[in-house]
Design a protein around this ligand. Structure first.
Ligand SMILES: Cc1cc2nc3c(=O)[nH]c(=O)nc-3n(C[C@H](O)[C@H](O)[C@H](O)COP(=O)(O)OP(=O)(O)OC[C@H]3O[C@@H](n4cnc5c(N)ncnc54)[C@H](O)[C@@H]3O)c2cc1C
Length: 429
């Protein structure tokens, strides 16, 4: 089969990879200023007023030398206030120019892990923090005839619909392959050689590219408990909706935000929930207390404080084994106990998969975590363009780049520094 060559290939179509399609597809940001931006960041406003070209052409190394990270600069231009007041506050606008030759390859629909989160899940952040600069959520809702406040938390289906709309809305459908999984990436004289496979088939495709944006997210390899019975049919690795768990007794193993969501919903749907985690009470309670602004965290606090008889929460506890008949053996502080359940749900997180990259120098991974549990191995990158220090022309997408905060609001600005760097290297600006 002939090898297809592209200038840029993006792997992964989540909130990190997807916006790069539109920007590489020719939609470039131009500074227009706004009253709010000028009032809050007058020095940046003065500096940006001098940019008579697209913001992708900024001198990013000099900007970093002044102590400003490109991702933060673009975040402030996009969100000069944390709250959305009106579209006029956004201090850049997008104009369509020349596209660069690129392809996005992703194994599921665009929108990344949001395709698979629980059906009723609400974001942790205001809806507008999940948006892309070239397509404010406010504009999307107006175009869809939806009356939704973009400062509210947003429910999964509204968010994923927003992401699904982007390729067609910005005429990038021809540059996006969904249902195709990248199996291996190797060095090549042109830059990178990729082997992909159509999901659910044996059909493979070879590609080469000069620049590679590696935006596979942090959920590529599910963690395992590594205990007997982990793969039995009554054990699920993902929670979607309480209707999927008709029996009365459900054990949830976790302790992070995904597990907290599942236990709260299952309890309120009338199930008897056993909630098991390795961490002590104090850590979990800190996460709950710090998240009290979120309605579902107020609810889990109420359930725990009410000492509901249908909610058994076991801290500093490990699962030892699971058996066919629903028996689960738990150990806590050298004490063993057995419970009988209809279902087990494992919400124990996952790791980013860097093993696809074969035959390259070591990526130099650094650990990043929030104050609770969520953690990612980030790739050591140059601060001005988010390019790997170890592998030239490889850009870890979104928060896989060193130092980037673990939410969309913090990572979206990397889009413009990465696209700008590639276009500058190609002499296209
Ligand atoms: C339960 C949960 C709730 C969250 N809530 C919020 C929130 O409210 N606000 C917020 O800002 N962030 C939140 N986050 C963080 C979340 O990770 C980001 O919102 C965002 O989805 C990360 O985007 P991403 O593109 O980096 O990764 P992902 O969304 O994971 O997208 C990566 C994509 O790459 C694909 N992929 C992986 N490997 C391959 C391969 N080999 N070949 C082809 N495709 C591949 C994946 O299948 C996926 O579609 C939450 C995370 C979780 C788990």
């Amino acid at each position: 089969m002939a090898t297809e060559h592209r200038t840029v290939i993006i792997v992964g179509g989540g909130p990190a990879g997807l916006p790069l399609t539109v920007v590489l597809g020719g939609w470039h940001p131009y500074y227009r200023g706004s009253d709010l931006f000028q009032e809050r960041y007058p020095q940046l406003d003065t500096f940006l007023q001098t940019a008579d070209h697209s913001l992708l052409g900024l001198d990013f190394p000099s900007i970093v030398q002044t102590g400003i990270q490109p991702a933060d600069l673009f975040r402030l231009i996009h969100h000069p206030g944390m709250k959305f007041r009106s579209p006029d506050q956004i201090a850049y606008e997008f104009r369509k120019g020349e596209a660069i030759d690129y392809l996005l390859i992703t194994q599921e629909k665009v929108g990344g892990l949001w395709n698979n989160v629980p059906r009723n899940l609400l974001t942790l952040s205001p809806g507008q923090w999940m948006e892309f600069g070239f397509y404010p959520l406010y504009q999307h809702f107006q175009e869809q005839g939806l009356n939704i406040d973009v400062n509210d938390l947003i429910i999964k289906h509204n968010l994923v619909n927003y992401y699904h709309t982007v390729p067609k809305r910005f005429e990038q459908l021809d540059h996006i392959h969904t249902g195709e999984r990248v199996e291996e990436i190797r060095p090549h004289e042109k830059g990178f050689h990729l082997t992909t496979c159509d999901v659910g088939t044996e059909t493979t495709h070879p590609y080469t590219c000069k620049y590679l944006i590696y935006a596979v997210g942090q959920r590529s390899i599910p963690r395992r408990l590594d205990v007997p019975g982990e793969d039995l049919p009554f054990v699920s690795r993902r929670y979607d909706h309480f209707d999927d768990y008709p029996g009365e007794h459900v054990l949830v193993v976790g302790g992070g935000r995904s597990a907290d969501w599942a236990v709260t919903e299952l309890h309120d749907a009338g199930r008897h929930v056993y909630y098991v985690m390795r961490q002590p009470f104090a850590n979990h309670w800190r996460l709950i207390s710090d998240s009290h602004h979120l309605p579902y965290y107020q609810r889990i606090a109420e359930i725990i404080e009410s000492k509901s008889t249908r909610f058994d929460i076991l801290y500093e506890t490990h699962v030892k084994k699971m058996e066919e008949n629903g028996r689960v053996t738990l150990t806590s502080k050298n004490r063993e106990q057995t419970i009988c359940v209809n279902h087990v749900i494992l919400e124990i997180g996952a790791w980013s998969d860097y093993s696809l990259l074969q035959g390259f120098p070591d990526l130099q991974l650094v650990e990043k975590h929030d104050p609770y549990r969520f953690q990612v191995h980030q790739v050591s990158t140059h601060p001005h363009n988010y390019e790997s220090r170890a592998i030239s022309n490889l850009y870890p997408g979104g928060y896989l780049a060193e130092g980037i905060g673990l939410i969309v609001y913090a990572m979206h600005g990397t889009t413009y520094a990465i696209a700008g760097d590639i276009l500058q290297k190609e002499g296209l600006l």
